[in-house]
Design a protein around this ligand. Structure first.
Ligand SMILES: [Zn+2]
Length: 333
């Protein structure tokens, strides 16, 4: 008779690798007060309407409590608990548009580098830079790729620029040269920033002019879903991520949004992402992950090969395209 413990071990299926392609450092240093205040205004309006007039200071305190993970130790613990191998930290640059930003763009990226060094291959970083910083911004972006090993560009168009603005050309040229993607925020944000530059079709011009650059539409599963799915279908280099599936930004949000987007023939273009710590007030990473991967969940009807692509394979493929350009080798010599 065989040892039952040994048998149990044999029956355990191998753990699948999961990559969370959309996360942030949970600390207020990276998010301007005006941005947070606008989000609290929204939350408070909803709570008052539902007969829960919670004092503003209390909401702010709850929020503050969840934003004390400046070194990402809690994030790593939650990744361990939910079987996430790697998370991609997106460093948003609000410092050009919002003057109450605590850090300069360089300080923000350096802090992300320090956190990455602390946790090794558990974290990757996409550096965010507002293109209106001009040449200084371009040089900083190249430094982040060459010296700090960052793996992509993070753009936040609600700050007031189009993702196809010619100011971004030198950034996209670097993305092309280094073989790294550009992730572009799509759709809603804090009321302190506008909607005018958040629509996905604004990216089309850049996507066609830079065919070797992979563009990821952040929140494409829940914001402007029709347009995002169309771009993924008809532009070989456009992808979307599932982040913010936890919310109900569109009717039928949450797992329903995931179910809709994974049935459109674009599973080779979808990246799993959580947007940590944005939804920390409601639940932990393990709960959110299980809401997507559970039996009978939104991925249940998706073929296993596609499921693996969404949870890990697509992100690995994109990250694996990293190149070392001749130009940067010459410059650093
Ligand atoms: Zn985000």
């Amino acid at each position: 008779m065989s040892d039952p413990a040994e048998g149990a071990e044999l029956e355990t299926p191998p753990k699948k690798t999961i990559i969370d392609a959309h996360a942030h450092i949970a600390h207020e240093d990276f998010t301007p007060r005006s941005f947070i205040d606008g989000s609290i205004d929204n939350l408070q309006t909803a709570m008052i309407a539902r007969g829960m007039p919670i004092p503003r200071a209390k909401v702010a305190k709850m929020f503050e409590k969840k934003m004390q993970d400046g070194l990402c130790d809690t994030l790593i613990a939650e990744m361990d608990a939910s079987n996430v191998a790697t998370s991609i930290l997106l460093a948003a640059d609000f410092s050009y548009a919002l003057k109450d930003s605590k850090l300069t763009v360089e300080e923000c990226l350096k802090r992300h580098h320090e956190v990455k060094v602390r946790h090794g291959d558990r974290l990757e970083v996409f550096g965010g830079i507002d293109p209106r910083w001009g040449k200084d911004g371009v040089d900083l972006f190249e430094r982040s790729l060459r010296e700090w090993g960052f793996r992509g560009l993070k753009l936040y168009p609600p700050c007031g620029f189009s993702p196809s603005d010619p100011l971004l050309d030198p950034f996209y040229e670097l993305c092309d040269a280094y073989g790294v993607p550009a992730l572009v925020h799509i759709g809603p944000t804090s009321p302190v920033l506008g909607f005018a530059t958040t629509a996905p079709f604004l990216l089309d011009d850049a996507a066609r002019r830079f065919p070797r650059v992979r563009f990821i539409l952040a929140h494409g599963a829940v914001s402007f879903t029709e347009e995002c799915a169309m771009l993924c279908n008809f532009r070989p280099n456009v992808y979307l991520d599932l982040s913010a599936f936890q919310g109900a930004i569109c009717p039928g949000g949450g797992p329903a949004a995931v179910k809709t987007v994974v049935s459109r023939g674009i599973n080779h273009k979808i990246l799993f992402g959580t947007d940590w710590p944005v939804f920390r007030m409601q639940a932990d990473q393990k709960t959110y992950l299980e809401s997507v991967t559970c039996e009978g969940g939104p991925l249940a009807a998706v073929p296993e090969r596609d499921r693996d692509l969404i949870m890990c394979g697509n992100a690995l493929r994109i990250l694996g395209e990293k190149r070392t350009p001749e130009a940067s080798l010459t410059r650093s010599a």
